[in-house]
Each structure stands twice: as structure tokens, then as C-alpha cells.
Design a protein around this ligand. Structure first.
Ligand code: A3P
Length: 300
């Protein structure tokens, strides 16, 4: 089935989720060709849940022994999406099958694919997967702003109500949002050593704690010497919203797929939804979340 999209292009339903049509070729290619390694790290994020932040953190943490935390750090001149490429959006595009065997381990990749559609080799190897989720109301508001930034000016502004209606029906970029989050949460429960289920809100509230947990999960824990020398704080401030959003590259740069880097940085806060939602919208989304999440035991 096809649907008019409200984010990027027309949507096409594939394996139960809505994909922009122009990205389907990349999805199929990576499903067929990607060969995961045991040492790979995959960031499997729901769109607008903080992928950019997680990519920055993962890149800096994993490479900190070879890329010093100084003024020449690659994160200061490259957008995180360039440093940690998305399998279906950036690696397997234009019908190419790139040779990824020469990349040094641990290789870092991201994906927005739901667990159901992940390449088999990701599931069959012991590579590590971080699933990132976020409060649905904040995710929706972030997605709505993002959609408006990407729309051609002649199309006018997308109305909040129209976007909300589609989001609630599950029709959104990689929606239904709830199914996407639920399947990654269940995947993490079934595979606790392989999958780390992370919430944007937890990372915002206790960044140091969660960064240390992530580093352990990625098998590159911080030594006590690093902790005493303030390395964890330094990484957090390097990857902070204020730092990244004010970099020249993220103010004026563009990704190879056309998006302006600045579109990935807006407010970076928890609870901004309250500035947009009516009482009716709040009740509607709360009810969906009650049925989808809480009854399964997921608090988000
Ligand atoms: P808001 O639109 O609510 O501000 P993604 O990276 O998955 O596309 O998600 C984008 C959201 O993450 C945006 O949320 C963006 O502002 C926020 N974000 C980007 N970089 C961040 C950072 N370093 N720290 C916290 N939030 C960040």
C-alpha cells in the first residue's frame, strides 16, 4: 500500500512499516548484502529520537584511543551522520554494494529499520545493537518540525493537526511509531547481552551514568584514570546540543542525501510537546500509549 507522506516523499508499506519510497532500494540492498561482524556496533534508532546525539557519542567513545579529544576532532568538522552512516539511507544507495570489509573494527553503523526488517546477519552475529526510543509526543513534535524544514517552500507549512492525525494512524516515517518501539524493546528483553534499549529522556537526565553504561556495553569501558581525568564529562560536552548545534559544519553544511545539517538540531529538550499539544491531542496520544505500551509493561 502507498500513502501520501508528510515528511519526505511518498510512503510505501513494507514488512509492516512505512518507508519513503525513494529509500526502499537501500532497504532491500542492505537486507540482502550487509554482512555484520561480531564486533560491529549498530545504532538502531527511531527517527527523531536523538540519533544524531547517539551517533556523536558512540563515535567519540569508541574511537577515543585513536582520535584524541582535541580541537582537531573529526566531530568538529563533520556531521555525526557522516561519521556513523545509516545502512539503508547512506551505505546501500544507488544500487551500489560497497565493500565494507576493509573498515577497521569496531565498525559503527546506524539504521532506522525496525527489528523485523534488520538484515539477518545483524541478528545472527554477536554484534551489539543500541535501540533508541523517545517519548512519542516529543518525537512527533520533532518530526513535524523536521518535515516542515524539508518541505519545498512552495508546498506551504504542514498543519499540525493533519500530521498528528497521520502519526496516530501509524502513517509516518518508519511508523507505526509504537510498533517500532515495542519490537525493539522486546528484542532487548530477549537478548539482554546484545541489545541495549535506551531512552532519550534517560540520557538527558543522567548523561554520565548512561554514557558509562554504553561504553561498557560497547566493551570499551572508561578506566578509573579516565574518569578521574574528566574524560566522560569532556565527551559529554563535546557531544552536547549546544556544542554541536553551534559548529560551523552543522550551521551551513549539507548531507549527501540533501538534508541541511542544521535540520537535525532544534531544541534538544524533553517536554517541548506541551507547547503545542491541545488537551484533546494529549488525551488521544495518552490513550494510544496506554493500549500499546503500558499494557505491555513499557514505560515511555
Ligand atoms: P527536537 O526536535 O525535539 O529538538 P534525530 O537525531 O534522531 O533526528 O533526532 C533529532 C532530535 O534530537 C531533535 O530534537 C534534536 O534537537 C535533538 N538533538 C540533536 N542533537 C542533540 C544533542 N547533542 N543532544 C540532545 N538532543 C539533540
Amino acid at each position: 500500500p502507498k500513502e501520501q507522506d508528510w515528511v519526505m516523499s511518498h510512503l510505501y508499506q513494507y514488512q509492516g512499516f512505512w518507508h519513503p519510497i525513494r529509500e526502499l532500494q537501500g532497504v532491500l540492498s542492505c537486507q540482502h548484502h550487509f554482512q555484520a561482524r561480531d564486533t560491529d556496533i549498530i545504532l538502531a534508532t527511531n527517527p527523531k529520537c536523538g540519533s544524531t546525539w547517539l551517533k556523536a557519542l558512540a563515535y567519540v567513545v569508541v574511537n577515543r584511543k585513536i582520535i584524541p579529544l582535541d580541537d582537531n576532532h573529526s566531530l568538529l568538522s563533520k556531521n555525526p551522520h557522516e561519521l556513523v552512516p545509516c545502512l539503508e539511507l547512506r551505505v546501500y544507495v544507488d544500487h551500489q554494494v560497497p565493500d565494507l570489509t576493509e573498515l577497521p573494527s569496531p565498525r559503527l553503523f546506524s539504521t532506522h529499520l525496525p527489528v523485523e526488517s534488520l538484515p539477518l546477519s545483524i541478528k545472527e552475529t554477536s554484534c551489539k545493537v543500541v535501540c533508541l526510543a523517545r517519548d512519542p509526543k516529543d518525537t512527533f513534535i520533532s518530526l513535524w518540525h523536521f518535515a516542515n524544514k524539508l518541505r519545498p517552500p512552495n508546498d506551504g507549512k504542514l498543519q499540525l493537526e493533519e500530521a498528528f492525525d497521520k502519526f496516530c494512524k501509524g502513517v509516518s516515517f518508519l511508523g507505526p511509531f509504537w510498533d517500532h518501539v515495542l519490537s525493539s524493546w522486546k528484542y532487548s528483553l530477549d537478548n539482554p547481552n546484545k541489545v541495549f534499549f535506551l531512552k532519550y529522556e534517560d540520557l538527558k537526565e543522567q548523561p554520565k551514568l548512561y554514557l558509562k553504561k554504553l561504553a561498557e556495553f560497547w566493551e570499551c569501558p572508561f578506566s578509573s584514570e579516565e574518569e578521574n581525568n574528566g574524560v566522560v564529562d569532556e565527551i559529554l560536552s563535546l557531544c552536547s546540543f549546544d556544542n554541536l548545534s553551534n559548529l560551523e559544519v552543522n550551521k551551513i553544511g549539507k548531507l549527501s542525501t540533501g538534508e541541511h545539517n542544521e535540520a537535525f538540531f532544534r531544541k534538544g529538550e524533553v517536554g517541548d510537546w506541551a507547547n503545542y499539544f491541545t488537551q484533546e491531542m494529549t488525551e488521544k496520544l495518552d490513550e494510544i500509549c496506554l493500549n500499546k505500551f503500558q499494557l505491555c509493561g513499557l514505560k515511555i
